[in-house]
Design a protein around this ligand. Structure first.
Ligand code: SF4
Ligand code: SF4
Length: 371
């Protein structure tokens, strides 16, 4: 298994990471723990989980596997997270995670779910970073990490607000949104941090619609999974790519791909970017050019959600705004839009942004009527 130094932490981890957010049958702890064990046997040593994943079963499943993995005496590394916003709640959640994971310390404990630029400043004021520092001093966590969905132009500021505590960053990046998010990877790597990618398969979208994405499979790659992993692991600064494994077969596909890994060069990475842009003209490429809406409307996020709508229907786009971005009613968000069309004029794909807003508003109204 391909491995690499994890930033400046002094540990070396597998470049394929286990994402514990997509287990096929979370209620079957033993069967799912066997999937985690299988990944360990295939050489995976980086395991990412969190409270609430998979009906809050992910940490329990991973913990059952870690109990067995400890008996082998071979190293493995555990990442978990908290989005709690007070010191007491952070400690409580960390202690609960430790108990469920059956480890003495969490290797990489993440300040989780930074979605808005003011999320970290707010948590700092309430003492969250001090709580992390304290947990580290007590040996309950080994390294402090950060997980973010912020757009790239906010990531540097977020890293600087981390008071030099952050040793790794978890960021959603893949072939489709690489343009928008890669500067964030560079900002972290420039600070000596390890970078772990989530959403390597576009949140499962790349594999769910294999026909739709087959043109992104590079010559010599066996599947879109291999191409997606190869892409992320070729990006300078990326240390680990997570895959949300459902079962042992998923583990094998990814582990085989990483065993065959040869990196793409800069020109090949650019060719993937070009393909994404030319093949998926109706899709928002997440370039971010429309990001400065005078009314503060998060156009890029809305259009990212609409991408899912193109594949699964606009209802799904509205739901994504709810579960991913915490926008309970997209109509309220869009009420501030003055229809000035600045975003459409700047759009590199010439997308009908306002018409898409309208579709999302109508879908939200229908969802409310049906509920
Ligand atoms: S049309 Fe609406 S979303 Fe677009 S820039 Fe103007 S106010 Fe912002
Ligand atoms: S400019 Fe167009 S393609 Fe680029 S992020 Fe905005 S909506 Fe998407």
């Amino acid at each position: 298994m391909l491995s690499a130094p994890f930033g400046n932490t002094g540990v070396e981890v597998s470049r394929l990471g286990f994402g514990g957010m997509r287990f096929d049958a979370p209620e079957k702890t033993g069967e799912m723990a066997a999937v985690v064990m299988h990944a360990f046997e295939r050489g995976v040593t980086y395991f990412d989980t969190a409270p609430y994943y998979c009906d809050d079963q992910s940490e329990i499943i991973c913990g059952a596997a870690f109990k067995e993995m400890k008996k082998t005496g071979r190293p493995f590394y555990v990442a978990s997270k908290t989005m709690e916003s007070t010191p007491d709640a952070v400690r409580q959640q960390c202690e609960r995670s430790l108990e469920r994971l059956h480890v003495d310390a969490i290797d990489f404990y993440h300040v989780w779910c930074l979605v808005h630029p003011d999320d970290l400043p707010r948590r700092k004021v309430s003492g969250v970073l001090d709580a992390f520092r304290q947990l580290k001093e007590e040996g309950l966590i080994r390294h402090i990490s950060v997980s973010t969905h912020l757009e790239h132009d906010h990531i540097e500021a977020m890293l600087d607000q981390g008071e030099g505590l952050f040793e790794s960053m978890l960021i959603g990046i893949n072939m489709q949104n690489h343009h928008l998010r890669y500067p964030g990877v560079q900002a972290a790597a420039d600070r000596g941090m390890a970078v772990v990618t989530m959403n390597t398969l576009g949140g499962g979208v790349l594999t769910k619609y294999p026909g739709h994405y087959e043109q992104l499979v590079r010559p010599g790659d066996a599947s879109i999974v291999e191409s997606a992993l190869r892409f992320n692991l070729s990006l300078p600064g990326v240390t680990v790519a997570l895959i949300g494994f459902r079962n042992e077969a998923d583990v094998d596909v990814a582990a085989d791909a990483v065993e065959r890994f040869t990196p793409l060069d800069e020109a090949e990475i650019q060719a993937v970017d070009d393909d994404v842009r030319s093949l998926y003209r109706d899709f928002c490429t997440q370039c971010g050019y429309c990001a400065d809406c005078p009314e503060g409307i998060p156009v890029v996020r809305l259009m990212e959600a609409y991408n899912l709508g193109l594949l699964e229907g606009v209802d799904e786009a509205v739901r994504k705004m709810q579960y991913h971005w915490g926008i309970s009613d997209v109509r309220e968000l869009l009420a501030a839009c003055t229809a000035c069309r600045e975003c459409e004029e700047k759009c590199t794909q010439r997308l009908p942004i306002l018409a898409r807003f309208e579709e999302m508003k109508q879908a939200a109204s229908k969802q409310q009527r049906d509920s």
